[in-house]
Design a protein around this ligand. Structure first.
Ligand code: FES
Length: 130
């Protein structure tokens, strides 16, 4: 079996939603201290829905594929669903990642949750009660 699924290779070679949103409503940046990879997510939010999302990833192929897939999973989705996004869902959508590359999908989850928290810190009135 190939080390990486076709979906991983596809999202690595043709990443979706790469870039910056200048007037983003939420921005999240996370890094992994061990490998040194960094991921930044930008969210444009309207009516509690992700209208647009872009990312910049300085990292490995799995991190690029994970961020690309994660953006596809949350685009057009309500924030309550974005909040539920896990790295497992990202990895499953990519038809799996090698075990030692699972942390790359964790970075995608963390970047999105961090961008969401940034949005809520700017708009505390929008934050749902825990
Ligand atoms: Fe660290 Fe992929 S090797 S994010």
């Amino acid at each position: 079996m190939a080390l990486y699924s076709e979906k991983v290779m596809d999202h690595f070679r043709n990443p979706r939603n790469v870039g910056v949103i200048e007037d983003a409503d939420g921005v999240g940046e996370v890094g992994n201290a061990k490998c040194g990879d960094i991921m930044k997510m930008y969210l444009k939010i309207e009516d509690d829905v992700v209208q647009d999302v872009k990312f910049e990833t300085f990292g490995c192929g799995s991190a690029i594929a994970s961020s690309s897939m994660a953006t596809e999973l949350i685009k057009g989705k309500p924030l309550c669903e974005v909040k539920q996004l896990t790295n497992k869902a990202v990895a499953e959508a990519l038809d799996g990642l090698p075990a030692y590359k699972m942390h790359c999908s964790v970075l995608a989850e963390e970047a999105i949750q961090s961008a969401l928290e940034d949005y809520y810190s700017r708009h505390p009135e929008k934050k749902p009660a825990e």
